[in-house]
Design a protein around this ligand. Sequence first.
Ligand SMILES: [Zn+2]
Length: 153
Amino acid sequence: MLRGVNDKPMYYYEEVPRSKIPIKSRFAALEMQIFCQEDMQLRGVELIWVQRCSKYQRKHDGRLFLNSVEIKGSAYMQCSLIIINAEFSDPFSVQKTVAHEMRHCWQFREFGAFSAQHFKHIFPNNEQEANAYADDAVLRLSWAKLNKKIIAR
Ligand SMILES: [Zn+2]
């Protein structure tokens, strides 16, 4: 599609009830959420699942989110809420996304940002840092689980 310079595509995401999400994905998300809470001493971050929808056709009554790009996850509301796209529900992808978004919440608080705009200004490479943290967190969580198994023998 040909777009004008200032046209921004808009993507709507609606909240999906937890009960609609495969149990393996929910477990993977919760496991990583708890890992990140402990690892970064990060409290009070709510995690919800979303899926693409149109502005006028929705399947669920929950919260509605608007984004200028397609997302796997995002952090909202001064980073007290993260949304995870249920379309990418394989456990590995879910864990990476949760760690990435939780890291944004940590960055936001750690650097004392007061808005998304201010945050981007004071921490321009926040995406690379969040990606690096997520890769590391996935490895460290796997390692912790493996250690538990070895000790349990
Ligand atoms: Zn990010």
